[in-house]
Design a binder for this molecule. Structure first.
Ligand SMILES: C[S@@+](CC[C@H](N)C(=O)[O-])C[C@H]1O[C@@H](n2cnc3c(N)ncnc32)[C@H](O)[C@@H]1O
Length: 265
């Protein structure tokens, strides 16, 4: 990854670590449970969660697997992840600092390798995916979960413009078709695929990025979103609700397998 993108991600997620940990870890137990089930964890699995942030997913996965690791670029996120780990007294989890594009693990080290809600921060998503595949055992599985950009070119541009205005470390919310093409090019077999419409409060989403209503970035993002309402020009299906706006993020969940060379799994 470029030095500039590394610094942008670290700056953004150091600044927002507290808000992010509070809103991402505490508020979505049902969604988290759904994602853990989706990954089909096995008691013998050694699992890795890439770009783990404050560890919500990997800590929820840990009681269902033998060993779990999380890796992230931002030290402040890892500090929070370790604090949550201590709170929950989970002994089978470890955290490392490192980049998704250059994972510090040997080949075929894990049975289950996941990355959730982070591909849209990675400037070369295919490099990260290839690294995830490298560290997965031949019989192992991968889980990719991320928000999806709209398929229409015009909506895609505006959608990503709004995301980047809110969070400068955003690179691109990829389209479903881009994910599917990338999986095929990387030789992955889709075992299961689910699309979810996640409705959320705009104000809450902004708070997760450390932005209250008084911030310049809040106002600029809100203006772009409000201007997109006629004809839903950015694909958020926005609805005004008092001083808030309800928005929808389309989320793709993919359970993947390396394609066995001889066709057997
Ligand atoms: C939106 S947060 C998601 C965190 C977590 N997966 C979750 O769902 O709560 C994105 C995280 O990706 C990390 N990140 C971004 N780019 C990365 C990269 N290239 N390598 C490793 N971590 C990265 C950031 O530090 C941040 O913690």
């Amino acid at each position: 990854m470029s030095k500039k993108q590394r610094e942008t991600v670290q700056k953004q997620f150091t600044k927002t670590a507290e808000a992010f940990a509070e809103f991402a870890v505490r508020d979505t137990p049902e969604v988290l449970a759904e994602k853990v089930e989706f990954a089909k964890p096995q008691p013998t699995d050694s699992a890795l969660d890439v770009a783990c942030g404050p560890g919500a997913f990997v800590l929820a996965l840990a009681p269902r697997v033998s060993l779990a690791r999380g890796i992230d670029l931002t030290v402040e996120m890892l500090r929070r992840a370790r604090a949550f780990q201590r709170e929950r007294q989970l002994a089978n989890v470890a955290f490392d600092c490192g980049e998704a594009e250059q994972l510090p693990y040997p080949e075929a080290a894990f049975d289950l390798v996941s990355c959730q809600m982070s591909f849209h921060h990675i400037s070369k998503p295919e490099s990260a995916l290839r690294e995830m595949i490298r560290v997965t055992r031949p019989e192992g599985r991968l889980v990719v979960i991320d928000t999806l950009g709209p398929e229409s070119d015009a909506k895609f541009e505006l959608h990503n413009q709004i995301e980047s205005r809110r969070d400068p470390s955003h690179t691109s919310s990829l389209r479903l078709t881009t994910f599917l093409q990338m999986f095929e090019e990387c030789g992955l077999e889709i075992l299961r695929q689910t699309m979810k419409r996640r409705q959320r409060s705009f104000n809450h989403w902004m708070l997760r990025a450390g932005l209250a209503a008084k911030h310049k970035r809040y106002l600029e993002t809100r203006k772009l979103l409000e201007d997109s309402i006629p004809g839903d020009r950015a694909g958020y299906s926005p609805t005004l609700q008092g001083d808030d706006i309800l928005i929808v993020h389309n989320e793709g969940m993919f359970l993947l397998a390396k394609q066995a060379v001889d066709g057997r799994r």
